[in-house]
Design a protein around this ligand. Structure first.
Ligand SMILES: Cc1cc2nc3c(=O)[nH]c(=O)nc-3n(C[C@H](O)[C@H](O)[C@H](O)COP(=O)(O)OP(=O)(O)OC[C@H]3O[C@@H](n4cnc5c(N)ncnc54)[C@H](O)[C@@H]3O)c2cc1C
Length: 438
């Protein structure tokens, strides 16, 4: 295929993998990143698939920087009113590896550069440049217009590229309440090095508030995350960190890492994420698992899938050819994350007392929370149904959410096979009409 000029907005996980792979295929790739190089990435650890990263960047675990990763311990899920704790113990083959974000991004940067991609830091993208309905470049905040045959939007959930696309391209531009999770994260000092049997405590809808928090006891720090569906004010952050200190008196006041806020998309992916000359990857297309906000694996997969699609198409990169990337993402990953959004919104729309009941009655079990997604044992399902029927209203709401999840999953799997704007519009509308929003 003819060598293309590719501009990638954002040097995150999705952007860097796409950059490396496209450069490897012989394209002229430039990544435009608004931050300076030394400020790239957050000062906290992330969980993601180490085998996936290893495979994509061609490294083994022995190549990961020493001290940059560790295994996070077993987990205790705590019910909203504190009446029940469900333990999740991970076997060795599903140990929860976490890695500091900065070295993770350094590995991806080295990969992209080694493949031949160029990185330009301190350059914020402002909006796409269009010729009729085709994206033909990017305008940066210094006013410069940069032409491109393909623009990859990897600038996160609030990407100015996506938000400035013309509405008639049929790509959703804005977020609604419930689409984004507002998080605060900090690692505090500890005054002891005692270690709990279940060091990672996760609180769902604590005190009935729509969100998720955690307290993770590391040998050298206490990692606190506070996340809510609505923006967090300073007072809420103080109240919640103090509540954790009351439970864990050895948690100090000194911030060792983080101490800042972030926003995570927690909704189904865009139904349509491509146009002539444009494709979105990662958070900019809302590619996370809504229940836990994990988006690194999906961003990496999307960047890789996009590059393969471009490489395999013998035609110019237009909406027709890019649709195969869009559709394949949904078939492989988007359908499941859309279903996961239903579950998340169902739980968040219930009162705290109802979620408490789901924990205490046994409707929610350890196998539902361990991430393996395999709690389909008939005896367990019957036990859940029997327990749930004690509160038919709440149980009915959960069942309705599960059913809508199955419907939305089936719809994503059935994305139109070829690019037909009218068929895509009708299909997207059907998904919208399922009304799975919060
Ligand atoms: C507190 C917190 C904890 C998380 N924990 C996990 C976890 O444990 N595991 C996990 O899988 N996911 C986690 N996530 C989610 C994860 O961070 C994202 O899903 C993932 O980073 C998405 O990758 P991306 O490449 O799409 O975007 P990002 O990694 O966000 O990269 C976007 C890049 O675009 C740049 N950018 C933004 N605007 C512009 C602009 N105008 N011009 C140029 N550049 C721009 C940004 O500076 C950034 O470098 C967490 C998120 C938060 C906030």
């Amino acid at each position: 295929m003819k060598k293309m000029r590719v501009l990638i907005a954002g040097a995150g996980h999705g952007g860097l993998i796409a950059a490396g792979r496209l450069a490897l295929f012989g394209h002229d790739v430039t990544v435009l990143e608004k931050k300076p190089k030394d400020q790239l990435g957050h000062d906290w650890e992330d969980r993601f698939s180490f085998p996936l990263l290893s495979e994509l960047v061609g490294k083994t675990l022995a190549d990961f920087p020493a001290g940059s990763y560790r295994v996070r311990g077993d987990c205790a899920f705590v019910s909203p009113l504190g009446g029940k704790t469900i333990e999740v113990r991970y076997p060795a083959d599903r140990a929860q590896f976490v890695m500091w974000r900065k070295p993770l991004l350094q590995m991806l940067l080295q990969y992209a550069e080694a493949c031949g991609a160029k990185l330009q830091y301190g350059t914020a993208v402002r909006k796409p440049i269009l010729d009729k309905r085709r994206v033909i470049g990017i305008q940066t905040s210094d006013g410069e217009c940069r032409p491109a045959d393909l623009v990859v939007d990897a600038a996160g959930a609030f990407s100015p590229l996506r938000r400035n696309l013309p509405a008639d391209l049929g790509i959703e531009r804005d977020c609604r309440r419930g689409d984004v999770f507002y998080a605060y994260r900090a690692y505090y000092n500890r005054t002891s090095n005692a270690q709990s049997d279940l060091p990672f405590e996760v609180y769902l809808c604590r005190k009935g508030e729509a969100g998720l928090s955690w307290y993770c006891e590391n040998p050298d720090s206490a990692d606190i995350l506070i996340g809510r569906i609505d923006p967090l004010c300073e007072q809420k952050i103080r109240e919640e960190t103090d509540a954790f200190r009351a439970l864990h008196p050895d948690c100090g006041q000194q911030i060792l890492h983080g101490g800042c806020r972030g926003r995570i998309p927690v909704r189904r992916p865009l139904t349509k994420m491509i146009a002539d000359g444009y494709a979105a990857v990662g958070d900019s297309a809302f590619m996370t698992t809504p229940m836990n906000g994990m988006g690194i694996d999906l961003s990496l997969q999307a960047g890789n899938l996009l590059a393969d699609t471009v490489e395999n198409c013998r035609a110019p990169v237009n909406a027709e050819t890019l649709w195969q990337y869009n559709r394949m993402f949904h078939v492989l990953y988007g359908a499941d994350t859309a279903k996961n959004e239903c579950l998340k919104n169902t739980l968040l729309s219930l009162p705290g007392s109802a979620v408490e009941f789901l924990f205490t009655s046994g409707v929610i079990q350890s196998a539902d929370l361990d991430g393996a997604g395999q709690n389909t044992d008939l005896a367990a399902l019957l036990q859940k149904a029997f327990a749930g029927l004690q509160k038919p209203g709440w149980f009915g709401a959960v069942l309705a959410g599960v059913l809508r999840g199955a419907q939305v999953r089936a719809l994503y799997k059935a994305a139109p096979e070829s690019y037909d704007p009218e068929a895509i519009r009708v299909w997207s509308r059907k998904i919208e009409q399922l009304d799975i929003r919060l």
